[in-house]
Design a protein around this ligand. Structure first.
Ligand code: IDP
Ligand code: MG
Length: 136
């Protein structure tokens, strides 16, 4: 049975800064994702605050929003069967030190905050996040 999904991926400032965006995009393509939409943008801190609102009570919220708006990011809509869970698996654990071999965060993540990629955590949040960046 087919369960084609879309998910939102962000290549975060630490990875864009190290010119890893083409390499990370090629990893998505190799794993069967289609990149339906893509843009390189620099967020305002207020955009990052809106995007990460679910984390607003966390002690790391302010640093997280500063960081996400500290330099250009590449935002993409990825499509694949079970795209949401497939992307989460390919990204690896939030903390690169805990991420499995072969995952993007294991390969490229610097620290729990500079962990190179974002991926939606549910189909519902994927829709919200895709609209956040790509609604006309
Ligand atoms: P996720 O990106 O794996 O879904 P979330 O828990 O949703 O992880 O956290 C969002 C982002 O906030 C993480 O990707 C990471 O950049 C940052 N973050 C999460 N936990 C911590 C922490 O304990 N300290 C600093 N930053 C954190
Ligand atoms: Mg998350």
């Amino acid at each position: 049975m087919s369960n084609l999904e879309q998910t939102l991926s962000i290549i975060k400032p630490d990875a864009v800064e190290r010119n890893l965006d083409e390499k990370i995009k090629s990893i998505f393509l190799t794993h069967g994702f289609k990149i339906l939409k893509e843009k390189k943008i620099k967020l305002e801190k207020s955009d990052a605050e809106k995007f990460y609102k679910v984390h607003e009570t966390k002690p790391f919220y302010n640093d997280l929003c500063e960081y996400l708006s500290s330099g250009p990011v590449v935002v993409m809509v990825l499509e694949k069967e079970e795209a949401v869970s497939s992307n989460r698996k390919l990204m690896g654990a939030t903390d690169p030190k805990k991420a499995e071999e072969g995952t993007i965060r294991k390969q490229f993540g610097i620290s729990i905050d500079k962990n190179s990629v974002h991926g939606s955590d549910s189909v519902d949040n994927a829709k919200i996040e895709i609209d956040f960046f790509f609604k006309n």
